[in-house]
Write a protein that binds this ligand. Structure first.
Ligand code: HEC
Length: 239
């Protein structure tokens, strides 16, 4: 009697797991708030011994999408592996624009960006591509400045300290995207926010601003509790 009970529990456990995992994959994770999780999931598949699992994120009956997604995914893995051991690329964050989704990876003080496409139902459709350009360089410069000028008060990767946590959706002084640049450049009288235009060149202000935007929704351990109001501000990292 007891044993049957145990077996039942196990079966239900497995069913629940399958249901939960599938539900997570198919419905929720590509919503903007969950982009972080989507990217993390994809990076885990990329680093795993079973990269073909990426096809589970395409539409079930779309053979063409499965083929192009898998082929391009494997070439991105190959390209990265030629630079360094794939496990040395750390997941940073994920952003989207109207057309594409972008995963940001970090290795040392260098950033790498993987671009791909999602259908309106949040299924992978288009090809994976490793893109390089302005943004990855800007992030590297931004991080260097962050570490020398902001880290002391805002903590490791923006988790907060004397200053607020910069990874959450709560802001005290920022109400829109442009406020981030203005605040960093001009500072705010009567607060600890300094006018960094007195210490940094315009391209450095721009780079550190980009880095701050790239921290949004990133999960960091030991993050300081939110301060200010919850504000839904979209950062256009990838135009
Ligand atoms: C001396 C400590 C200190 C340093 C250094 C510092 N900050 Fe801050 N920062 C703060 C504090 C404190 C606040 C919140 C002020 C308040 O609550 O009145 C703040 C607020 C901010 C905000 C606004 C957050 C919000 O909720 O609206 C941003 C953005 C910001 N800092 C970015 C930066 C950047 C980028 C750098 C480096 C270039 C930096 N800070 C360096 C202490 C610091």
């Amino acid at each position: 009697m007891k044993n049957t009970h145990k077996i039942h529990l196990k079966t239900w456990g497995i069913l629940f797991f399958i249901f939960f995992v599938n539900l997570k994959i198919s419905t929720t994770f590509a919503q903007t708030d969950n982009l972080y999780n989507l990217g993390e999931n994809i990076v885990n598949i990329l680093k795993s011994q079973t990269p073909e699992k990426i096809t589970e994120l395409t539409k079930q009956d779309d053979i063409d999408a499965k083929a192009s997604v898998l082929q391009s995914f494997l070439s991105v893995k190959d390209e990265l592996s030629r630079i360094d051991d794939i496990n040395n690329f750390k997941y940073f964050n994920t952003f989207n624009n109207e057309k594409s989704v972008f995963i940001i990876l970090e290795k040392g003080n260098k950033f790498y960006i993987i671009k791909f496409h999602l259908s309106p139902e949040n299924k992978l459709t288009g090809e994976f591509k490793l893109i390089s350009g302005k943004l990855d360089n800007e992030l590297s410069l931004g991080e260097r400045i962050y570490k020398s000028k902001c880290f002391a008060c805002h903590g490791k990767v923006g988790k907060g300290g004397i200053g607020p946590n910069l990874t959450d959706n709560y802001w005290k002084y920022v109400n829109n995207e442009d406020d981030v640049t203005t605040l960093i450049a001009k500072g705010k009288k009567g607060t600890m926010i300094m006018a960094f235009e007195n210490y940094l060149k315009p391209d450095e202000i721009k780079a550190v601003t980009t880095y701050i935007k790239a921290l949004k929704n990133k999960k960091v351990s030991g993050a300081k509790k939110p301060e200010g109001d919850k504000k839904n501000i979209t950062f256009h990292l990838f135009e």
